[in-house]
Write a new protein. Structure first.
Length: 166
């Protein structure tokens, strides 16, 4: 009985995985050119950055709000990264708006891209992507919670900040 439940659960996971892959493929195929090519290049860059960034672990690719999304579900190291076609030949990389990620990117790369408030980096699908800078931003997003935990762990306690050494 338990074995049947486990097999049913595995089948359900496999079916959901296949359905989400088919859904992702359909979304990518629906994008117009040149946006589709740019989004597929961004997808490869995100997945490659996740593989080569310490602490990220396996990345989950899913659809959130109808957009290809990249989550660090296994390690919980980072914030979700989403990509989408915006308008014409423009694409966007979206980040959680309640983080300081886009503000950090704006400080690091003020003239590199256009920004959509505190939500996204806007790119022209016709332009060549600065892979190194974008990889850096993606790595910062995929390790956002990990880095936040490290900052809190190394921050001095309020008593130490006040000069009490007890």
């Amino acid at each position: 009985m338990v074995r049947a439940s486990k097999n049913a659960a595995k089948s359900k996971i496999a079916a959901n995985s296949h359905a989400s892959t088919a859904g992702l493929d359909a979304v990518f195929n629906a994008y117009p050119q040149p946006a589709r090519s740019s989004l597929l290049a961004l997808r490869r860059l995100i997945l490659d950055t996740a593989k080569t960034t310490t602490g990220v672990g396996r990345i989950e690719e899913a659809l959130k709000w109808g957009q290809p999304s990249y989550l660090t579900s296994e390690s919980r190291s980072g914030s979700t990264v989403r990509i989408d076609h915006v308008d014409g030949a423009q694409v966007a990389i979206y980040f959680h708006c309640q983080t300081d990620l886009v503000a950090t990117f704006r400080e690091l790369y003020p003239d590199k891209w256009s920004y959509g408030g505190n939500r996204c980096i806007l790119l022209s699908a016709d332009d060549r992507i600065d892979e190194a800078a974008l990889r850096h931003c993606i790595a910062l997003a995929l390790t956002y919670h990990l880095n936040k935990r490290k900052r809190h762990a190394t921050a001095p306690s309020p008593a130490r900040r006040a000069g009490n050494r007890s």
